[in-house]
Design a protein around this ligand. Structure first.
Ligand code: ADP
Ligand code: ADP
Length: 217
């Protein structure tokens, strides 16, 4: 299974990817998580990416493409679900080229559709575990104990780029640079639109329906 999840920041890509991994055993490749890991480890890539991420802008394509091509090489035969990548048409083209070199391609693109107003509520209420990456929401998906990760007891943080002023920039970046990626994939009918304004469970059900059909073919 080689699947891409597209959607605005806050659409629920990471949340749904974790469920897809549990159900189908594929690898979850999140460009945002890999970039944040590089930052916390102080790698050259992490240092280069920092200023772009803090401003809500995209990290340059060449850096992100090289990083994701490396990550894809490591995955198991079960395949992968890409989260946050590709985010520009150029990245999508580079991804297709790289996969084609091995006779592979993206099977399906799940496009999580959501209104900008809901995005703002989801992003500003998001809380993340800096240790394991688990994601919660102060109203929609609360941890068992306020402010503490269920999985490892670490204190949850608000990502600096989830503050309202940066969210605004990220949304603009999404509409300008990432929405054209949906059109790129629509050209050869690879896109399935999902209403991501529903509950987490109902959104998952819709996604499973599509992915169950894919794995049984
Ligand atoms: P979200 O899922 O909330 O949109 P991510 O965690 O995917 O956020 O991304 C956080 C930041 O990392 C982005 O705002 C951007 O600066 C950078 N980033 C992540 N993926 C990419 C990508 N494919 N291309 C360029 N920049 C990226
Ligand atoms: P993305 O990876 O697309 O940026 P996340 O999966 O991190 O999005 O979700 C953004 C925030 O919204 C998180 O706080 C998450 O707990 C919450 N969330 C995700 N899906 C839903 C949903 N269907 N309904 C309500 N809240 C959701």
């Amino acid at each position: 299974m080689r699947v891409v999840l597209l959607g605005a920041p806050g659409a629920g890509k990471g949340t749904q990817c974790k469920r897809i991994v549990d159900r189908y055993g594929v690898s979850h490749l999140s460009s945002g998580d890999i970039l944040r890991r590089n930052r916390s480890e102080g790698t050259e890539l992490g240092n280069k990416a920092k200023s772009y991420m803090d401003a809500g802008a995209l990290v340059p394509d060449d850096l992100v493409v090289a990083m994701m091509v490396e990550a894809i090489k490591e995955v198991s035969d079960k395949g992968f679900v890409l989260d946050g990548f590709p985010r520009t048409v150029n990245q999508a083209e580079e991804l297709d080229k790289t996969l084609a070199e091995n006779g592979e391609s993206i099977d399906l693109v799940l496009n999580l559709q959501i209104d900008d107003q809901i995005v703002m509520q989801r992003m500003t209420g998001r809380r993340s575990c800096p240790k394991c990456g688990a994601v919660y929401h102060i109203e929609n998906l609360k941890p068992k104990v306020d402010g503490i990760c269920d999985k490892d007891g670490t204190e949850l943080i608000q990502r600096p780029d989830d503050k309202p002023e940066v969210v605004e920039n990220r949304l603009q970046t999404y509409h300008r640079q990432t929405e054209p990626v949906v059109d790129y994939y629509r050209r050869d009918n690879r896109v399935y639109d999902v209403d991501a304004g529903k509950s987490v469970d109902r959104t998952s059900e819709e996604i499973y329906g599509k992915l169950d059909a894919l794995v049984s073919t």
